[in-house]
Design a binder for this molecule. Sequence first.
Ligand SMILES: [Fe+2]
Length: 208
Amino acid sequence: MTDVAGQMLAKIERGVRLESPGEITPEYREHLVHLMTMQADSELAGGYGYVPWIAKAPTVEEKHVVAQIVKDELRHAAVMYGLLGDLGFDVAGHVRRYGEIFTMRIEAGADIGTRRITSDKRVNIFYYPIDTWADFVFFNFCMDRGAGHQLEDVRGCSWGPWARASRGSSRRRSSTSATASTGWSGWPRTRRPTTRRRRRSANGTCER
Ligand SMILES: [Fe+2]
């Protein structure tokens, strides 16, 4: 075992976070880059998949919320690619290489399981299209819950910069999470009268 490997493992066992490339072995770096690229690529590809729903969302308020979600996903991607850049990863070359692939989606009925179909690192759910507004809402609800669990795992990881970045993401995700997990009731108050008006309209007691 090399000196770097021995010191790295000793720090991990003591719960001391690793903070610089000089503290990690090539194997640790390889796996770290792989995992962080999975998150970065997923944030970017996911954000691209939401973009059409700014135009397709039913109301102006909902278009605004979708735009905010896209902004959040692109910000998450920028943070993750920034962490990768700090490790010497060629972020510009990577994003240029996969620029158009990130927008590619497969048929809704395709079953790819865990098989990789392109060489970017996004998780497989982001290969699937979002075909309806109900899909969009449910997709966001499920992804938000899933991402919350993943961020909890990352908060306990041995790479300090990623652990701290995940805490920031968790805090900033809180408003979106509350929105998604409560069936979007956390949306701007201006939406509520619209919903009530629609409900009354459906009952035939009030026209919008
Ligand atoms: Fe995200």
